[in-house]
Design a binder for this molecule. Structure first.
Ligand code: SF4
Length: 412
């Protein structure tokens, strides 16, 4: 383990009111003790080549002049907190597009992670990449640094659909990137697919899924295009400039993705995620199991045992480190709300929630109110007990948002 770094976390928290920290004193020791409980580490690199119009992540295009200063700030943050992260199982470097950083800056980030974060229990280290940013040297750098999983945004193999998404990579670059990553020794690759894109037909989806399977990634994340608030895509939809896929077509596409990937040897283990045996994303499973993680980088959100917070998003504010950045939205969830999140996340997993977790959820819900909701959905065949776990049925998965929404919070 790396040497302890003397840190002052006085600027780490904005609240002076300790109630926002669940009654804990807002001191350096409090935050260090929280960091010690994290089992995952998320690091946000907020730069992109272009801002895709459907994207609601915090990402900035055309800011190459900020990359160097950002890298130094992130390194400071990692050096301050990294040594206190004692039991990290997984690291996820996401964005944005982490591989947009030039080689020397990417190397600085990765070597800092390697040097300051204790690696003894680490099993998975993922870096997100876009196909156009993977070069031979960067692929080798990732592998040599200890990264063992790369997540690539393929999205579609149809240039006109990529254009609909405002993604500008050449589909050929997906194949090129995967082969560079394979040659470098990366044995676990995820490809992202988006479906229900305006103008997309079933035939086009079939071609996309076939191409993905031919590449033989270990993992696939397949999401229907969503129209998020405050995105240019939603504005275009409202102005009638794009036509949204119908619910029927979206459901048909989802069913096709599930059936075809199953036949090709990919197990659906979460509503939108599919993997070959043993290649489920451990970092994302950590989120769905509602475990604790620390977050570095602007706008990154952390969660430790019901306490949530978010680093400031604006780079100008993020650079005001001491040595950690100021945080926003610190919130200690009530026990009832925590149980709602356990349901919201746990039911996304196909294996569902173990019986002892369900019993805890019921016990810790106000007046045990979730017991009646669970029973109602068991009676309606939307939930079922499978291998002593409570899971959505196939019928329930089709309307997962409604079932999960009803378990998240009690009606006012
Ligand atoms: S590349 Fe990804 S993170 Fe960047 S703008 Fe597009 S969708 Fe958002």
């Amino acid at each position: 383990m790396a040497d302890k770094h003397p840190i002052s976390l006085t600027q780490c928290t904005t609240p002076n009111d300790s109630s926002e920290l669940g009654g804990l004193e807002n001191t350096e020791n409090t935050w260090i003790n929280l960091a010690k409980r994290a089992s995952g580490l998320y690091i946000h690199i907020p730069f992109c080549f272009h801002k895709c119009h459907y994207c609601d992540f915090f990402s900035i295009a055309n800011a190459d002049h900020e990359h160097k200063r950002f890298t130094e700030a992130l390194v400071n943050e990692l050096q301050a907190v990294g040594p206190h992260l004692e039991a990290i199982d997984s690291i996820f470097v996401g964005g944005g597009t982490p591989t947009l950083l030039e080689y020397s800056l990417l190397e600085r980030v990765l070597s800092t992670i390697k040097n300051v974060v204790p690696m003894t229990s680490l099993v998975e280290w993922t870096v997100e990449a876009n196909p156009e940013t993977v070069s031979e040297s960067k692929a080798k750098l990732l592998a040599a640094s200890g990264v063992n999983r790369v997540s690539l945004g393929a999205q579609s193999f149809h240039p006109n659909l990529l254009k609909e998404l405002e993604r500008w990579h050449d589909p050929e670059n997906v194949l090129r990137s995967v082969s560079l990553l394979r040659e470098a020794g990366i044995g676990n690759i995820n490809l992202d697919l988006i479906y229900a894109i305006p103008t997309q037909t079933m035939k086009m989806l079939e071609v996309d899924v076939e191409q993905l399977i031919n590449i033989q990634p270990e993992h696939l994340s397949c999401y229907a295009l969503t129209y998020e608030p405050n995105t240019p895509l939603l504005t275009k939809l409202r102005k009638g400039e794009v036509e949204r896929a119908t619910h029927e077509l979206e459901a048909e596409m989802f069913g096709y993705v599930i059936d075809t990937l199953r036949s090709a040897g990919y197990r659906q283990y979460e509503i939108s995620n599919f993997a070959r045996e043993g290649f489920e994303c451990k970092h994302n499973v950590m989120y769905w199991e509602n475990r604790s993680w620390w977050a570095c980088g602007p706008s990154a959100s952390g969660h430790i045992k019901g306490l949530r917070w978010r680093n400031v998003p604006r780079l100008r504010d993020y650079f005001k480190q001491n040595p950690l950045p100021p945080v926003l939205d610190v919130e200690q969830l009530s026990l009832d709300r925590q149980m709602g999140e356990v349901c919201m996340l746990g039911l996304r997993l196909n294996r569902g929630m173990p019986r002892d977790t369900v019993e805890r959820v019921i016990q810790q819900s106000n007046d045990h109110w979730r017991e009646d909701v669970i029973q109602k959905y068991l009676n309606e065949g939307l939930l079922a007990w499978v291998n002593d776990s409570l899971a959505l049925t196939k019928k329930g998965r089709a309307i997962a948002d409604m079932v999960i929404g009803d378990l998240l919070m009690q009606d006012a």
